[in-house]
Design a protein around this ligand. Structure first.
Ligand SMILES: [Zn+2]
Ligand SMILES: [Zn+2]
Length: 297
């Protein structure tokens, strides 16, 4: 399924597609372009957004190295209960280690000296150490590589997960009422909500880049709908709101495609840190982690 279209629905039932698969051909190219545009718009975040764009551009290059035949190699069966793409299986795939090595080498000549130090530190880790760090990272533990090293490891892991999804045959069971706040394919948390132009809400996986349907006005973290609030900085980010929950005190951003068709879950979440600061002032904590912004231990 490497030739999936930009918005390939899987297992559509009635008018609602429960799952959209990532498009490995365009995803990184589109995201890098978006990050460059957002960097132009915001001088205060320009350096970091440009750095993120550099990483995504290398992901794009690496995604094009994959010359494996378009035949499905695996079947991933989405039953909405147990994610079929296990992290243990992903880590056995040598592809992510190769991607990480190439990514570090490609970035090294183009980043400032403090970042070079981080890259060199990661380069010196052997495969066993990298795997241990990745295991920890899946549990939001950055202690083995630091929050500054985590985005590079995650970039390689995310690319491997997306390639695995794109190369697999995806079988989707009828939607169940089971827990919906984690990715039904890989079990990771969403980076943000996306409201598609038809008004349906999807959560965007921070690892494999799939999107799955969830109802609106419900907390994406604890599923409560008792005390949901919406926050925005409309002048700065007219197409973004944050959805807060009074029960778990978490929040997740919601990105509206009808207001900005080019909006990107990872890029626009990263570029709207002012909204995060506002929510933190109000006593809410992020329920998601952006792949370029891992919290310090
Ligand atoms: Zn996923
Ligand atoms: Zn909640």
């Amino acid at each position: 399924m490497s030739n999936v279209s930009p918005s390939t629905p899987a297992g559509a039932i009635g008018s609602i597609a429960p799952l959209f698969l990532p498009n490995p051909v365009t995803l990184y190219e589109t995201r890098a372009r978006r990050l460059r545009l957002l960097a132009e718009r915001d001088a205060s975040l320009r350096g970091y957004l440009s750095f993120a764009a550099q990483v995504v551009e290398v992901q794009h290059t690496l995604s094009r190295y994959d010359n494996s035949p378009p035949m499905p190699t695996t079947t991933l069966h989405v039953d909405w209960v147990t994610p079929p793409l296990s992290m243990a299986r992903l880590l056995q795939d040598p592809f992510w280690q190769e991607s990480l090595t190439t990514l570090l080498a490609a970035l090294l000549p183009h980043v400032p000296e403090p970042v070079q130090v981080v890259l060199e530190r990661l380069r010196k880790l052997n495969a066993t150490q990298r795997t241990a760090a990745a295991h920890a990272l899946f549990n939001n533990d950055v202690s083995l590589i630091g929050s500054d090293g985590a985005p590079f490891l995650w970039a390689a892991l995310s690319l491997a997960a997306m390639q695995r999804v794109a190369r697999s045959k995806i079988v989707v069971d009828n939607k169940s009422e089971a827990e919906r706040h984690l990715c039904p394919l890989c079990g990771n948390a969403p980076v943000a909500s996306i409201i598609h132009p038809d008004g349906l809400r999807y959560l965007h996986c921070r690892l494999c880049e799939s999107e799955w349907h969830v109802v609106r006005a419900q907390c994406s973290n604890c599923e409560s709908s008792r005390d949901i609030g919406y926050w925005s900085l409309e002048k700065q980010f007219p197409a973004i709101k944050a959805e807060s929950c009074g029960d778990c005190h978490g929040y997740l951003k919601i990105l509206y495609q009808k207001d900005d068709k080019d909006i990107d879950a990872v890029a626009d979440d990263l570029a709207s840190l002012a909204l995060d600061a506002r929510l933190e002032d109000e006593g809410f904590g992020r329920s998601s982690i952006n792949p370029f912004l891992f919290p310090s231990p």
